[in-house]
Structure formats: structure tokens, C-alpha cells
Design a protein around this ligand. Structure first.
Ligand SMILES: *Cc1c(COP(=O)(O)O)cnc(C)c1O
Length: 225
């Protein structure tokens, strides 16, 4: 991608995030994860050069390849996709900074086993299916707090840092807002348990997510497409 185009998209995003976060509070800090699944390594290098440090991938294979090919840069890699159990070892080897998509107690237990075998820990977020969509992964809002606590208790190699959700996939803003509010209220209940990250908001809805309390957004198409 052309450097000037990338620069103007990035500046525009940073500015929009700035306006949204200040609307919530001057002290509300939001981290941008640039989702690079649509783009090539050259564009990642370009955005890195413009100052972006956190990048996200949704496939273990792509994450592993990019961690390797871009290992000359101190990029902070985030894993945001659905994880199949047979890819757990690959993910552990790729060693992401944060895994956003821990979506069930079964996956947590499978990961715990492998993490313990490797003698490592991984920071993760519990994914909430906040709009109860059949096509989406994540734990149901009603059982989220209980599941979070169970994972904390049973999985010492999983370092839970908070929650993640994908906003409701509808046009109605009220419905999307409710899915973010639901997730934020779970996050608030988990703060005494050490939860500090509320990952929500993508290209089409990050301002609304920030308004609802998100402190980490995952933006792809707005930057790269
Ligand atoms: C692809 C993806 C994103 C980024 O989506 P955009 O709409 O392109 O910004 C964010 N989160 C997850 C989980 C994704 O899979």
C-alpha cells in the first residue's frame, strides 16, 4: 500500500479514537490492535514504521508465519480468532502477547494441559457471545462471570486479563450498543478479580464500543482495505 494512503488512514483512525475516548473521559485510554489478516507483510512494516506496535491475526497459521517473518520488529502480536483444539500447540509456539478468544471452559482446560506441558503461561481474554448469536463463539453473558472464575481456579497457566466481544452483527445501533453494555457490565464485575482489558469494537463500531467502555479495539478493514 502507498505510504501516504496508509498514513492518512492511520491518522484519521487515531483522531477518531481520540475524540471517542475523550468523550468518555480524559483518563480513558484505548489501545488499538491493527488486525492484519487482510493485508501483506509490507503493509504491516509500513504501519509499524508509522508507530503502530500491536497487530492481530485470526488464524494460527498466519500468526505463526508473521511472527517468524517479522521477528526483526518488536511487534506485540494478538491472537483474535477461533481456536481449534488441534492448533493449540501451534499457538503456544507462536507465543502471542494476548489471546482474545478463549471461548469455553473446554478450550480453557485443553489449553491448560498443553501450557503446563510446555511449562509456560499465556495471557488471555474470555470471549463473550454478548448478543447470543448462533454463529458466534463465546460464553453466554449469564454464565460469563462464573466461567471466568472457574478458569481462574482450574487453569493456573492461563493468565486471564479481561473480556472480549464482537458487537452484534446487525444494523440497529441499539442492539449493538446493548451487546457492548452487556460485555462492559461483565467486565466491571470482574475488575475485583484483576480484569483490566475490555476488548470490543471493530472498524464499523469502535466509537460506540469506546463510548460503552472499551479500552482495546481491533481494527482491520479501515486501515488495510
Ligand atoms: C477481522 C476481525 C476484526 C477486525 O474487523 P474489521 O471489521 O476489519 O475492523 C476484529 N476482531 C475479530 C475477532 C476479527 O476476526
Amino acid at each position: 500500500m502507498d505510504r501516504d494512503i496508509m498514513q492518512s488512514r492511520f491518522d484519521r483512525l487515531v483522531w477518531r479514537v481520540e475524540e471517542a475516548r475523550i468523550k468518555r473521559s480524559e483518563h480513558h485510554i484505548v489501545k488499538i490492535v491493527a488486525v492484519s489478516k487482510y493485508t501483506d507483510e509490507e503493509s504491516i512494516r509500513l504501519l509499524y514504521d508509522l508507530g503502530q506496535r500491536a497487530f492481530g491475526e485470526s488464524r494460527v497459521q498466519s500468526l505463526a508465519e508473521r511472527v517468524e517473518k517479522l521477528d526483526d520488529l518488536p511487534i506485540e502480536w494478538h491472537y483474535i480468532g477461533r481456536l481449534q483444539k488441534n492448533k493449540i500447540n501451534h499457538l503456544i509456539r507462536a507465543n502471542p502477547f494476548l489471546m482474545h478468544s478463549l471461548d469455553s471452559i473446554e478450550l480453557a482446560e485443553a489449553m491448560q494441559k498443553r501450557l503446563a506441558e510446555h511449562g509456560v503461561t499465556m495471557e488471555m481474554l474470555l470471549q463473550i457471545n454478548s448478543a447470543k448469536e448462533e454463529t458466534k463463539a463465546g460464553v453466554m453473558p449469564e454464565s460469563a462471570v462464573e466461567t471466568y472464575l472457574k478458569i481462574k481456579e482450574r487453569c493456573p497457566n492461563i493468565d486471564l486479563r479481561g473480556v472480549m466481544t464482537i458487537g452484534a452483527h446487525v444494523d440497529d445501533e441499539g442492539t449493538i450498543r446493548r451487546s457492548f453494555e452487556t460485555t462492559y457490565s461483565i467486565f466491571e464485575k470482574l475488575k475485583p478479580q484483576g480484569a483490566s482489558i475490555c476488548s470490543m469494537g471493530m472498524s464499523r463500531d469502535f466509537e460506540l464500543a469506546i463510548e460503552c467502555g472499551s479500552n482495546m479495539i481491533r481494527v482491520g478493514s479501515l486501515l488495510f482495505e
